[in-house]
Design a protein around this ligand. Structure first.
Ligand SMILES: *Cc1c(COP(=O)(O)O)cnc(C)c1O
Length: 369
């Protein structure tokens, strides 16, 4: 196999399908600022995801930064170190102190049993991540938040389209954010969104993403510019039409991995979460060095050598980066399970157009040491 296989490959529709949308943008000269495609995508996504209100963003990180401002979060926020670095950076950009809490071993999400011990008088919110698109223990987290009067902001960047307990995953918590980055299951090249539950909150979100403008001459807060433009929104409309067929293809790949890898000693993968319609966004495996006879990094290098470029999501932990390492909660002794996962994980390639012969090649490489 001399073609490199990357962990993901962005899905794009046929160019011909996109051209009429571009023509319309060129004809009406509306490029951004809540244009017709932007409005249409918000409407279609709210329906598609089964959520009441959605506001589109230029990317997921700005959606996260803004979400914290929408809810006026300050002081300390409890979060997970086992995520993409943008989760914690959103707190840093708001002058909020991150407090890292360990993950539960089953799915790698924030462990509700460890949240209460980390709450202080300064805690105002919990920022969990549905990592790899697998739902957090949403009911337990909400119970804790209710007892202590905390807001819950979900980083749902991995779980576009996931349904849990009979509803869209973004209905849980006070606010959820999504990412439509090129590497995510639904992309607008770059893009993101905030999902909220009421019209007043959506209004505030829409002011804050447009410099704080609340009218022609009124600015209600020092907002940012994080609006999605019309080209991104138009692409989103076309991508949405292909979502289900893409997820079907991902499912076949995930099922094949599960079947083929289940017999390999020392390689494990995550269970299928209960009451959940998955989007098969990632396929993480965990390497037990003793049983497999090769360390995670040895396997990672071997795969690379064979043109298979997995990724060690999420290694290093966010708590290991220099700007966070000094925090008390960043100590490895506080984050035992997170460190175990970070040291063992490799995300295998999974994307709709991953051809069977490449998939077989990957499986073969894992089976032969
Ligand atoms: C991708 C991602 C983000 C950031 O989204 P962008 O659209 O790339 O800014 C945030 N959190 C997590 C968990 C992500 O995977």
């Amino acid at each position: 196999m001399n073609k490199p296989i990357y962990v993901t490959q962005p899905s794009l529709p046929d160019l011909e399908e996109f051209i009429p949308y571009l023509q319309q943008i060129w004809d009406n000269k509306i490029l951004t600022n809540n244009g017709p495609f932007h409005q249409q995508l918000e409407k279609e996504l709210a329906e598609f995801l089964g959520v009441p209100y959605i506001s589109l963003f230029a990317n997921g990180t700005l959606a996260l930064v803004t979400a914290l401002q929408v809810l006026r979060i300050t002081g300390e926020v409890i979060t997970t170190p086992y995520s993409f670095v943008a989760t914690t950076h959103s707190l840093w950009w708001n002058n909020i102190k991150p407090v890292f809490v360990d993950i539960e071993p089953e799915f790698g999400n924030l462990d509700p049993a460890k949240i209460e011990a980390a709450i202080t008088p300064k805690t105002t919110a919990i920022l969990p991540v549905h990592v790899y698109g697998n739902p957090c223990k949403v009911n337990r987290i909400q119970e804790i938040a209710d007892i202590y009067g905390l807001k819950v902001i979900y980083d749902a960047a991995h779980c576009f389209g996931v349904k849990h307990l009979g509803q869209g995953i973004c209905n849980f918590g006070d606010i959820s954010i999504l990412s439509f980055h090129a590497t995510k299951v639904f992309n607008t090249m770059e893009g993101g969104a905030i999902v909220c539950h009421d019209a007043a909150t959506k209004k505030r979100i829409d002011y804050l993403k447009n410099f704080g403008y609340a009218g022609e001459t009124t600015v209600m807060a020092p907002g940012i510019n994080s609006k999605m433009n019309e080209m991104q929104a138009a692409l989103g409309l076309v991508q949405l039409k292909h979502y289900h067929e893409n997820i079907e293809k991902r499912k076949i790949i995930a099922d094949t991995y599960r079947k083929e890898l289940s017999g390999i000693k020392g390689i494990s993968f995550l269970p299928i979460p209960e009451n959940t319609e998955s989007n098969h966004a990632y396929f993480p495996i965990f390497v037990n060095e003793k049983e497999y006879g090769m360390s995670r990094d040895q396997l990672y290098e071997k795969l690379k050598h064979n043109n298979i470029f997995g990724r060690r999501y999420f290694y290093p932990l966010i708590s290991e980066f220099s700007m966070y390492k000094g925090l008390d909660s960043a100590k490895p002794s506080n984050l035992i399970e997170a460190n175990i996962k970070a040291d063992k994980v490799i995300c295998l390639p999974i994307y709709p157009d991953l051809a069977l012969k490449y998939l077989n090649h990957i499986v073969e490489q894992l089976k032969t040491k």
